[in-house]
Design a protein around this ligand. Structure first.
Ligand SMILES: CCc1ccncc1CNCCCCSC[C@H]1O[C@@H](n2ccc3c(N)ncnc32)[C@H](O)[C@@H]1O
Length: 718
């Protein structure tokens, strides 16, 4: 569609949504990392000059490493790429750089490659960077074991003199880890509050994020998540020195094969400062060859992410400098697994992850010694959870952060309280109904159509005289809500689950059978990534659709005086100069990619809006004040213009590269929550300019802001 009508907004938006997952965002900042590219090139040049004449690039991506090998003079270069999009892109790139005759690119996974079907004979060099922040997440171990067995010449060995031998770049890796205290990680993986919106959370049982490195690998969890430690709000505190968790030699196939069967390694790490254990963080050095290595450490100026293994004690666990932290390292199922399993204090080892039997703890308490406190603290943790600790409910890390967003829930609680007292007041005036009447008509109906796990329905029901409908779907999550209802004295019949399998939005938002209208409908409008939720405007207009479509103002879904929460969203933005956002959005010319012409091809997959941005820690230069960009009125969906011009004055000279934006969400006239606030579970988004715009201080700019089907686009010109 874009080829036919390049300016067709619908097709453009769809392409951008698709581009985001067709081509991973890290391609841009990886290709912009001249240091990384140069080091790979040097290692490849050295290998080719020392006799590696046939090369296979496993996971070629854009083809850059294969082109380095060709340019270094290798006679035969092969490349394989499992992603169709990247395969086609690599073909275009190699052709544009005049090497289509010299590099054979295969659209396949290296594990499927055979000789002579795919490549004529074994190669003397494999280059690859099929690594993720946890090193093994892209299957490099399996790929190299297969390559050594089927695709590579035998390795150098001291016994018989071989003319040409096989080798791998990178030659190996060293994995480092470090225990940290970090509030930002904690609030995304543990519920740190005992009360949410007035509801006690004790009965919820253990709510944990799906990131868990429990010993038995099961598919419902992933062993680690990733964070850019150098850009986490509030930073982190190192509780141990960085330690070497693993060394691996990619040129030793026995070692590679032994990795997954290697017994679990237990490391004892001295705690270097007091702090709460929140996670183990992991990074690595890729040893390209004896001289060159790449590091993905938090202190590096490159912007790789690190792997994060959150610890799952429900409450905090304070480490002290005289402690030793016991960490288990294993590579079961080819993932790198790290677990902090115990603390050694005064020579006594206290396990962290299993339930402590209180009897053992009782014995300790008698002789009042330091680990007794620790032990009794731990045992009290265990008893506090009602259900057994292995019965936990898994929530997305964004849902955990939402629960920890105190202001969000307090604001909803207050706004609901106002609505409910207004509506009750209305009734009492009408027909003198006696306030104590118990007839069904004095119930208020509140619908929570939030996506995912939400306590808003319970917060509404906790006000009394409210029947709340929750759109939580998962069985385990509904059980948590029921447990919380009971323990917060909310009669079970006041909470219903409005199953989302209703055929369409119309059905879902349809008024309850008893011909009652909704007193309140609660929407969550902004996605965690920082964009307006798709279909929001359609849903909101649907609530009022009847009101606008029919001549006679038949009742819309809301009773007279009923409200939709939020009623208004105000979008704010500011002009910034940020090289980081530029480097994460598009390849900046030929310079970083060793002079190869790659940028125009990969930049076809640039998207105009960067999401999941942590604006509070983005290194950037502010070039204007924050300005109001747009107002979305959910109470009157037709009021929303689709295009707005905003004048902004540059407050400093610089190069505008992006317009970060965020929202003030108004639950009613007075009560609002900001998606930029400190404990917000939201990240921000930023419109990235195609061409950076030089401005002088005091110069006026014109922002044109468009909203099309909940998609915001922003362009800047003078
Ligand atoms: C923050 C990530 C990071 C952290 C630390 N240091 C470096 C980085 C950046 N490296 C990212 C590469 C990660 C993706 S791998 C690159 C390309 O290779 C493809 N593939 C992967 C395996 C594979 C195979 N066996 N056979 C054929 N193709 C294969 C993928 O489809 C991808 O296009």
């Amino acid at each position: 569609a874009l080829k036919v009508r390049p300016d067709y907004p619908e097709a453009r938006e769809n392409f951008h949504r698709v581009a985001n997952w067709l081509v991973e965002r890290w391609h841009f900042f990886m290709l912009n990392d001249y240091g990384r590219n140069r080091k790979y090139q040097q290692a490849i040049q050295k290998a080719v000059q020392s006799g590696c004449n046939t090369v296979l690039d496993i996971g070629t991506g854009t083809g850059i490493l294969g082109m380095c090998a060709k340019k270094a003079g290798a006679a035969e270069v092969y490349a394989c790429e499992l992603s169709k999009t990247m395969y086609e892109l690599a073909r275009e790139v190699v052709t544009a750089n005049g090497m289509d005759g010299g590099i054979k690119i295969l659209h396949m996974k290296s594990l499927e490659m055979e000789i002579p079907k795919d490549i004529p004979q074994r190669v003397s060099l494999v280059v690859t960077e099929t690594v993720d922040a946890g090193l093994f997440g892209e299957g490099i171990i399996e790929s190299l074991i297969h390559a050594w067995h089927h695709l590579l010449l035998p390795p150098q060995n001291e016994f018989q003199e071989q003319s040409v031998t096989g080798r791998v770049i990178p030659a190996g890796a060293t994995v480092f880890a470090m225990a940290v205290e970090c509030l930002e990680i904690r609030r995304h993986h543990r519920v740190c509050v005992s009360e949410v919106g007035g509801l006690s959370m004790v009965a919820a049982g253990e709510l944990r994020s799906p990131v868990s490195c429990s010993s038995e690998p099961d598919d419902s969890t992933e062993p680690y998540t990733t964070e850019r430690l150098s850009r986490l709000p509030g930073g982190y505190k190192s509780l141990t020195q960085p330690f070497t968790a693993l060394n691996i030699d990619f040129n030793n196939v026995q070692e590679l094969e032994g990795l997954t069967s290697r017994e679990v390694q237990r490391l004892r790490l001295p705690v270097i400062q007091e702090g709460e254990l929140d996670a183990l963080t992991v990074w690595f050095q890729l040893h390209l060859d004896e001289e060159n290595s790449l590091s993905t450490g938090p202190q590096e100026d490159t912007c790789w992410e690190q792997a994060v293994y959150p610890v799952h004690n429900t409450k905090g666990f304070l480490l002290k400098p005289e402690d030793e932290l016991v960490v288990e390292v294993s590579c079961r199922d080819a993932y790198l697994r790290l677990c902090s399993v115990a603390v050694v204090r005064n020579g006594r080892e206290i396990r962290l992850d299993q339930r402590l039997d209180t009897q053992a703890c009782e014995n300790h308490i008698s002789n009042r010694n330091p680990e007794a406190e620790l032990c009794s603290a731990l045992s009290s943790l265990q008893t506090e959870q009602n259900p057994p600790s292995n019965d936990f409910c898994s929530l997305e890390s964004s849902e955990i952060a939402l629960l920890n967003n105190h202001a969000y829930h307090q604001s909803f609680r207050a706004a609901l309280a106002k609505l409910i007292s207004q509506l009750k007041g209305k009734w009492q005036n009408r027909a003198g109904a006696d306030p104590g009447s118990t007839d069904r008509s004095d119930l208020l109906y509140v619908l929570d159509v939030s996506e995912g796990f939400s306590l808003l329905s319970l917060i509404a029901a906790s006000h009394g005289h409210v029947k709340a409908y929750s759109s939580v779907e998962k069985k385990k999550q509904q059980e948590v809500l029921k447990r919380l209802a009971t323990s917060n004295n909310i009669p079970e019949e006041r909470l219903e689950f409005w199953l989302n399998h209703v055929e369409d939005e119309q059905g879902m938002l349809k008024r309850p059978s008893r011909e009652k209208l909704w007193s309140g409908i609660m929407l969550d409008c902004v996605e965690t990534c920082g964009l307006i939720r798709q279909k929001l405007m359609e849903k909101a207009s649907l609530i009022f659709l009847i009101k606008h479509v029919s001549i006679i103002c038949t009742r819309c879904l809301l009773e007279d005086g009923g409200r939709v929460f939020p009623e208004k969203i105000v979008v704010y933005g500011t002009l910034v100069e940020s090289d980081t956002l530029l480097l994460e959005s598009a390849v900046q010319g030929r310079e970083p990619t060793l002079g190869f012409n790659i940028a125009p091809f990969i930049n076809q997959f640039t998207v105009p809006v960067h999401v999941f941005l942590d604006f509070s820690t983005l290194d950037c230069k502010h070039l204007s004040q924050s300005v109001e960009l747009f107002v979305l009125d959910l109470m009157d969906a037709t009021a929303n213009y689709t295009h707005r011009e905003v004048k902004v004055q540059a407050t400093a000279a610089g190069r505008i590269t992006a317009v970060p934006f965020w929202y003030n969400i108004y639950l009613d006239q007075e009560i609002s929550v900001s998606t930029l606030s400190q404990n917000s579970h939201w990240k921000q988004a930023a419109a990235v300019l195609q061409e950076p715009l030089e401005v002088g201080a005091g110069e006026w700019l014109r922002l044109s802001v468009k909203l099309h089907k909940s998609t915001i686009s922003i362009s800047v010109d003078k």
